[in-house]
Design a protein around this ligand. Structure first.
Ligand code: DX5
Ligand code: ZN
Length: 215
């Protein structure tokens, strides 16, 4: 079954606890947490303090998506705060292999993220080392943007490489996922769908999750 990771970027930040509890009881598989620094992306969100604060609120894995320059500096803090999966952008890592292994050595799952305009070849050498590959289907920075369908060609390429190399990482997509685009993602072979606005802008989260999952 396709996993659903609601992105709390679109949640009501004044009521984060109840928002997370709501999507957990509505069937979410992960809680997707978007960390933005105002440098790598043109927006600022939250840091380790908030991850630490929401940790006791849910038993779901915290899927932490770092959209920050110099992620190596902050990774230990996100680990201490209770992240279960930490994903770093290939565009921000000078020594991607070192960064991925630093995350894994701490007992946390490690993911690599690629932007829409970055080639799949950029992450081919790291595939044997990661637990997750996250494809941005929008340019990162904001919720509520439109899905970029050409990214699915890269997804299909990675699905093929995963098979050829006999690897088992999860494939996740993030950005513009809704009732219509989720179907395309599933057809391309995606395992985990991140959705922010399509879940949190809907009063009935259970229905929203079901619609995306079963599209
Ligand atoms: C975008 C973030 C996404 C965002 C998705 O930079 O990484 O996780 O919250 O929001 P929607 O689903 O509204 O496109
Ligand atoms: Zn994200």
């Amino acid at each position: 079954m396709t996993k659903i990771a609601p992105s709390i970027l679109s949640a009501d930040f004044a009521n984060l606890k109840s928002e997370i509890e709501d999507v957990e009881k509505s069937g979410a598989d992960y809680i997707h947490v978007d960390i933005m620094d105002g440098h790598f992306v043109p927006n600022i969100t939250i840091g380790p303090l908030v991850v630490d604060a929401i940790r006791p609120v849910t038993s779901l894995p915290l899927d932490v998506h770092l959209m920050i320059e110099n992620p190596d500096i902050f990774i230990p803090e996100f680990i201490r705060a209770g992240a279960n999966i930490i994903s770093v952008h290939v565009e921000t890592c000078r020594h991607l292999h070192r960064t991925i292994h630093a995350i894994k050595e701490a007992g946390v799952k490690a993911g690599v993220v690629i932007n829409p305009a970055t080639s799949a070849d950029m992450i081919k050498p790291i595939l044997p080392d990661v637990d997750l590959v996250l494809f941005m289907t929008v340019n990162p920075g904001f919720g509520g943007q439109s899905f970029i369908p050409s990214v699915l060609n890269k997804v299909k390429q990675i699905v093929q490489w995963r098979k050829e190399m006999n690897l088992h990482f999860e494939i996740e997509v993030d950005g513009g996922v809704n009732q219509d685009t989720s179907k395309l993602c599933k057809e391309a072979g995606v395992d985990v769908l991140v959705a922010g606005s399509a879940i949190f802008n809907n009063k009935d989260r259970e229905k929203a999750i079901k619609v995306i999952r079963n599209a």
